[in-house]
Design a binder for this molecule. Structure first.
Ligand code: FDA
Length: 307
């Protein structure tokens, strides 16, 4: 996780062919053209998609504007697809990080991120796509949830991500469930201190299940973002208990992770949405995927030694 924040490591990793090989498993391409191809293949296999234009912690207004333009272009391209507009659940979605839209800028960062996100939501509305706001490290949670709440006044369909490892999240789930929001629940991918987050894997899973129960019992639309078999296996019973049909929630997984399980769930009649990242700013995302699973790191290190 420390390496994910190191510029030196980032420059070294970008130069290695082997990094690119392992990266391609999680990031299908740098260009819009490549991600649209991957998205089309996923749609053909019966899955829904959420596309993320990679980038985070933008430090200048020009970068924030460039990210916004990339999302608007992407939405225009998605809008030209036959399956864009849809009643009810929208098969196409974009996911965005407010830090990539200027949230951390010194002057008026929150206002700038809100304005950019608003433009993206308006374009998404036009083409019949959804937008979900990703969750970043805990220092941004209050700001992110308050920007999302403002956006939801104009775009009630806006989704927000909550991280089950944070102590605060059960309360956030209760509040958002009551408001009928679309909530993507994930475990959380940042290296957070024990003062704000569970640090033990079993405790995180238990917290996830408590949060999910609250979301499933509420009037909103829960999005179960996890690859964990313990969580996936618990969902049917939770859905029965809370009176939800398969159309009343969705499973979500990351591109390149447990693909056979994604296909199995979709073939069984469930909604499955795949989070597909693209762009050249893949480093932070890629390093979090390695940190999540020791086997990925071993695979990467072995390939590095053999290259
Ligand atoms: P866990 O990490 O326990 O993994 C369970 C099993 O899944 C593993 O044993 C392995 O088989 C498989 N697996 C999981 N991760 C893998 C990987 N990287 N490579 C290969 N196999 C893997 N986080 C965040 O902080 N903010 C956010 O906005 C989001 N957004 C988001 C969207 C979506 C759609 C998903 C699925 C996830 C996120 N995350 C996220 C990431 C999330 O917080 C978490 O880090 C990962 O999903 C891993 O947690 P699991 O619940 O999968 O369980």
């Amino acid at each position: 996780m420390a390496a994910s924040r190191s510029h030196r490591f980032e420059h070294a990793a970008e130069r290695l062919t082997i990094t690119r090989k392992v990266r391609d498993r999680f990031v299908p391409g740098a260009t819009q053209h490549r991600v649209l191809d991957s998205a089309a293949a996923l749609r053909d296999s019966g899955r829904l998609i959420s596309i993320d234009y990679l980038g985070e912690q933008v430090t200048d207004a020009v970068g924030a504007k460039a990210t916004t333009t990339a999302y608007l272009d992407l939405l225009d391209a998605l809008g030209r697809r036959a399956d864009a507009a849809h009643e009810g659940v929208r098969p196409l979605e974009v996911s965005l990080k407010l830090s990539a839209l200027g949230q951390a800028l010194n002057r008026d960062g929150e206002k700038i991120a809100l304005a950019h996100a608003h433009r993206i939501c308006a374009r998404a509305e036009q083409i019949g796509a959804w937008v979900t706001v990703d969750a970043e490290d805990h220092t941004t949670t209050d700001s992110t949830l308050s920007i999302a709440a403002e956006l939801r006044t104009d775009f009630p369909w806006l989704g927000v991500v909550l991280q089950a490892y944070l102590w605060r999240t059960l309360g956030d789930c209760e509040q958002l469930a009551e408001s009928g929001a679309r909530v993507r629940l994930c475990k959380g991918a940042y290296d957070e201190p024990a003062s704000v987050a569970h640090r033990n894997a079993a405790a995180v899973t238990a917290a996830y299940l408590r949060c999910l129960r609250v979301l499933m019992a509420g009037p909103g639309y829960p999005m179960v973002a996890s690859h964990d078999p313990v969580i996936i296996d618990a969902v049917p019973a939770l859905a029965r208990e809370t009176g939800r049909a398969t159309a009343d929630f969705e499973y979500q997984m990351l591109y390149g992770v447990r693909d056979p399980e994604q296909r199995r769930l979709a073939a069984a009649g469930n909604r499955v949405r795949v989070y597909v990242p693209f762009g050249t700013q893949w480093y932070g995302y890629f390093m979090r995927r390695l940190a999540e699973r020791p086997a990925n790191l071993t695979f990467f290190m072995r390939a590095l030694v053999e290259s």
